[in-house]
Ligand binder design. Structure first.
Ligand code: NI
Length: 139
């Protein structure tokens, strides 16, 4: 790995409060394994956080329409009017990991969505389905 990249990584992890590089790498590896686990095992629960500019034409309607299309996979939505221009939405999703990832990608890619992140985890009690055909779209 080149020295400049390593230096930036070290600065980044120091800012996050890591004592050393190996601790930070351990967490990265764990996160990657969780993602891989999701890909294999199917059902997941997730929160999708979006910050968007609600003045963008028809954006709120588009985001709401997408959530209606997801039907029962949207468990709940929290909406906060952040300031004059911005809304925060936290969407709780539940279903096949591939479907959740695809839906999140679409929502995040919608014009006017400024920030966002999907946090997903395997649904407790519903792991080890091992039906890989169904979930190849994940990540
Ligand atoms: Ni709002």
């Amino acid at each position: 790995m080149d020295g400049d990249l390593l230096q930036r990584f070290d600065e980044h992890i120091t800012g996050k409060g890591y004592a050393n590089r190996s601790e930070a790498l351990r967490d990265l590896v764990r996160a990657d394994l969780v993602d891989a686990h999701l890909q294999r095992d199917g059902l997941a629960v997730a929160t999708l956080t979006l910050v968007y500019d609600h003045h963008v034409r028809e954006l709120s309607e588009k985001l709401t329409d997408m959530q209606h299309e997801l039907g029962e996979h949207v468990v709940s939505t929290l909406h906060v009017h952040l300031d004059h221009d911005h809304c925060l939405e936290v969407i709780v999703l539940r279903g096949p990991a591939g479907l959740i990832q695809t839906a999140a990608d679409r929502l995040l890619a919608t014009k006017g969505v400024e920030h966002g992140r999907l946090v997903a985890t395997a649904l407790p009690g519903h792991t080890h389905h091992h039906d890989d055909r169904q979930h190849q779209g994940t990540r």
